[in-house]
Design a protein around this ligand. Structure first.
Ligand code: 5GP
Length: 140
């Protein structure tokens, strides 16, 4: 495992990166995914439990636990490449005109379940203004 200084926080959600997390295994091709986009910086695929007509996960090609880790420790080229990919994916999916929502969960309070940094891209319907909550399955 890579040695890396993580952002200092009092909570214990800054775990070391687990190379066997499900997204790491998807990146290595050990598990299947419904791919929508790939370049040198990012991979995007449909969420297995979609919460909107379009629910895509975008992950960087690197071992980062969460946004805290990615934003503090990833090289600038990867951060730029990743966010350009997020924009390109939304465009490719035809979401720019009607709009979309981006969500990144961090740690227990953020509801993070998979500890490889990822951004949820939701689209295809009007999102609720309940900003503190993820869309519910019956919002579909
Ligand atoms: P988090 O709460 O960590 O932000 O969300 C993790 C997301 O990953 C969830 O929306 C969950 O449905 C999705 N997910 C978990 N396992 C898999 C998987 O094996 N394949 C895909 N495509 N999505 C997954």
């Amino acid at each position: 495992m890579k040695a890396r200084v993580l952002v200092q926080r009092e909570e214990s959600c800054l775990l070391p990166y687990d190379r066997n997390n499900v997204f790491a295994r998807i990146l290595r091709g050990e598990l299947p995914c419904q791919k929508v986009y790939e370049d040198q910086f990012a991979l995007a695929f449909h969420d297995i439990h979609p919460l909107a007509p379009v629910h895509v996960l975008v992950i960087p090609k690197g071992e980062y636990v969460s946004n805290a880790d990615f934003s503090a420790n990833a090289p600038a080229q990867l951060i730029v490449g990743f966010w350009r990919a997020v924009g390109a994916i939304a465009r490719q999916l035809g979401l720019e005109e009607q709009g979309y929502r981006l969500v990144a969960n961090h740690g227990p309070n953020g509801g993070q379940l998979v500890f490889h940094f990822h951004v949820h891209l939701f689209g295809g319907r009007q999102m609720s203004h309940r900003m503190g909550n993820m869309p519910r399955p019956d919002d579909k």
